[in-house]
Design a protein around this ligand. Structure first.
Ligand code: CMP
Length: 139
């Protein structure tokens, strides 16, 4: 089925001017960028987005990192987009990521891992509506 997923190009990647190279990976995999904006998250916004991780030891560090510099939030669309995006991103920890994946090529560490992608249909819908209004999502 055609799906939509929420993607974030994280501060470590925007800082290194990698937005275009990362977007090329998505497009080469058949994912279409149907919405995109560059924003700077507040600590509160980062904390709310990652609320599911709030009991984890890395939560504070994660929120500080995500609020440290601008991010690019985007909606990717395509056949099986949620899983496909996870394949293109590679494993969370770049040390475990497969050749050719975004995290293998660009991530610096498990924390500064260049991209985020929704992990399931329910979280994709929730994460898309966290950042985008219906008006920003054209067919
Ligand atoms: P992401 O897909 O954005 O979802 C949660 C993030 O937490 C994850 O990518 C990692 O960047 C981050 N994360 C996971 N494990 C660790 C860790 N051990 N230390 C720091 N950050 C982590």
């Amino acid at each position: 089925a055609i799906e939509r997923t929420l993607s974030i190009i994280k501060p470590d990647a925007t800082r290194r001017n990698l937005t275009g190279k990362i977007n090329a990976k998505f497009e080469e995999a058949g994912l279409r960028i149907v919405a995109q904006k560059r924003i700077k998250l507040s600590m509160g916004q980062a904390g709310k987005f990652y609320e599911v991780h709030k009991e984890r030891p890395f939560y504070g560090e994660l929120c500080e990192f995500m609020a440290s510099e601008p991010v690019v939030v985007q909606v990717l669309e395509g056949e099986g987009a949620i899983l496909k995006n996870r394949e293109v991103m590679g494993a969370t920890n770049p040390a475990d990521a497969a050749e050719g994946t975004i995290r293998k090529e660009y991530a610096l560490s498990v924390g500064e891992n260049s991209v985020h992608g929704s992990d399931a249909p329910e979280t994709a819908a929730q994460e898309i509506s966290f950042f985008f209004s219906g008006l920003e999502l054209v067919g």
